[in-house]
Design a protein around this ligand. Structure first.
Ligand SMILES: Nc1nc2c(c(=O)[nH]1)N[C@H]1C(S)=C(S)[C@@H](COP(=O)(O)O)O[C@H]1N2
Ligand SMILES: [Mo]
Length: 496
């Protein structure tokens, strides 16, 4: 058996008590504010994301996918619990040093509360953290019947550690469980959909191909990609958009300025450069907002480049020309823009990879020289136009015995001209049927192909964009410039 040094043996239980109090502080904050940006773990978790080495982040995105984001958040939570544990230990040490052991739980609570307040700037979140930490400290001290703090002897120490662990679990169960049960994660404001929006959504529903398992033309589950584990939530009242840099007249708009302008509705698809070739980070919505040029014309742009900045600390740079057809979206599918998609306002830059469609937009800075965006600093090249892709998302056996394959196809502002399908591994090709186009310059279409087959075979699919260019066959991973190649799938008719 490995020998644990005596000094460690006495300190380990104290560290366990501190960590348990840290976990309880986390749970206490969550009980009060939930997944809001004032949750005590939010600033720490978001900072660890930003500081993580580029190679690790790329691995998490391209290999782990959603599990990667979950692990990132889990490590952010752990880092916050550890930080609060250290703070709590300092609070307890202060009580011990002042020879006031009975005050230790209060000192622990105050220490956790002060740090939570400093991290989040929110009193309610801080009180939750303070109460959580103090409860565990109280149980550990008085439950173990010692109250002698960090100097407790090993047997007492182990009992205290055990008690505090149980108490932390109880606080976590009550805090997180209670929150989940009584306050739904994010109440979705459902407003009546305006008639002109409803008519467009009906049109999209009617044009969606009737294929089992294929998402409709307006996505019912729009993907989300965030640098933050906990998204910001600037209110409409607090939000403003500052346009500055190489401009003649620096200007700041607030939300009522935007609301007073003429609104448009646009079908726009978004695709993430970090997705896999046949992945699901490609979706379409009907967005409501104002053309960016309505905001930018009075400002008189002088530079060649632009940096968009956001409330979560995200920033992306690209040539100013791409702003010309850009859009500031404040609504999505007839509802106010949801928090996860950038409320109250996000940029939509037609035909470009998702990453420059900056959410929670707060600043447009015009630059004379090129600069480097958040993802480009981490090695990605995702500020340009999207690659053309045809995806295979649905494979069905029809009642008449035929096989049906279908999916979306997208080529940004180049548009989709045709989609070709091969059912013999790429030797011969047939044109697929396409959904009727939705109005819009930057929107996907759906394709479907139905055929007869009895033997196992390989289906390959490829799109031709509306300039007549065939989707390139060369295979490339998502990193750094987006996935490339033709989607293919082995199909065994007997197993359908
Ligand atoms: N402020 C901000 N904007 C952002 C991001 C972000 O993390 N923060 N992610 C970008 C990326 S990588 C993509 S693919 C799109 C995704 O938009 P969605 O989450 O609405 O689907 O938003 C982009 N805009
Ligand atoms: Mo992305």
């Amino acid at each position: 058996m490995p020998v644990i040094p005596a000094a460690w043996r006495t300190r380990l239980p104290a560290a366990a008590v501190a960590l348990a109090s840290g976990v309880a502080a986390l749970a206490g904050s969550y009980a009060v504010v939930g997944g809001a940006s004032t949750f005590v773990a939010a600033p720490v978790a978001n900072l660890t994301n930003t500081l993580a080495p580029a190679a690790l982040v790329t691995f998490a995105i391209t290999v782990l996918g959603d599990l990667g984001s979950d692990l990132a958040y889990a490590s952010g939570l752990a880092a916050t619990a550890a930080l609060l544990g250290v703070v709590v230990a300092v609070g307890r040490a202060a009580a011990t040093w002042a020879e006031r052991p009975l005050f230790a739980p209060a000192a622990v609570g105050v220490a956790a509360g002060v740090v939570a307040a400093a991290l989040t700037g929110a009193a309610d979140s801080a009180v939750g953290a303070a109460v959580g930490a103090a409860v565990v400290a109280t149980v550990a001290d008085f439950g173990a019947g010692t109250g002698t703090g960090a100097a407790a002897s090993p047997p007492d120490g182990s009992r205290r550690a055990l008690l505090s662990g149980v108490a932390a679990l109880a606080v976590a169960a009550v805090g997180v469980g209670g929150r989940r049960a009584f306050a739904p994660a994010e109440p979705v404001p459902t407003r009546p959909v305006p008639e002109d929006v409803a008519a467009r959504l009906d049109d999209a529903a009617a044009k969606s191909l009737d294929v089992e398992g294929l998402e409709p033309l307006v996505s019912d589950n729009f993907y989300q990609v965030d640098i933050a584990n906990v998204d910001p939530e600037p209110s409409r009242e607090d939000w403003s958009l500052r346009i500055h840099g190489a401009v003649d007249a620096e200007t700041t708009y607030d939300f009522s300025d935007v609301e007073a302008m003429n609104h448009d509705h646009r079908f726009v698809s978004l695709r993430c450069v970090g997705e896999s070739l046949n992945g699901r980070k490609l979706d379409t919505a009907l967005w409501t907002g104002v053309p960016l040029m309505d905001l930018l014309d009075p400002v008189d742009l002088q530079g060649e480049y632009v940096m968009l900045r956001a409330a979560d600390g995200f920033y992306e740079e690209f040539p100013v020309a791409a702003l010309e057809d850009g859009f500031l979206a404040v609504g999505m599918n007839g509802q106010p823009l949801p928090r996860g998609h950038g409320a109250p306002a996000r940029a939509l830059i037609p035909g470009h990879w998702g990453e420059i469609n900056v959410k929670w937009l707060t600043e447009i800075e015009i630059l004379d020289e090129p600069a480097t965006g958040y993802w480009e600093e981490r090695g990605w090249h995702g500020t340009g136009p999207v690659n053309t892709v045809a995806k295979l998302w649905a494979t069905n056996r029809l009642a008449d015995g035929r096989i049906e394959v279908a999916g979306p196809a997208y080529a940004g502002t180049r548009g989709i001209r045709t989609v070709e399908v091969s059912t013999d591994g790429g030797d011969t090709w047939t044109e697929a049927d396409l959904s009727d186009p939705l109005p819009g310059e930057d929107v996907w279409r759906q394709w479907v192909h139905r055929y007869e087959a009895t033997d196992p075979h390989e289906v390959v699919v490829r799109a031709v964009d509306d300039t007549g260019t065939l989707q390139p066959e060369d295979e490339a991973d998502a990193f750094p410039s987006g996935p490339s190649g033709w989607v293919s799938e082995s199909i065994d008719p007997d197993s359908l």
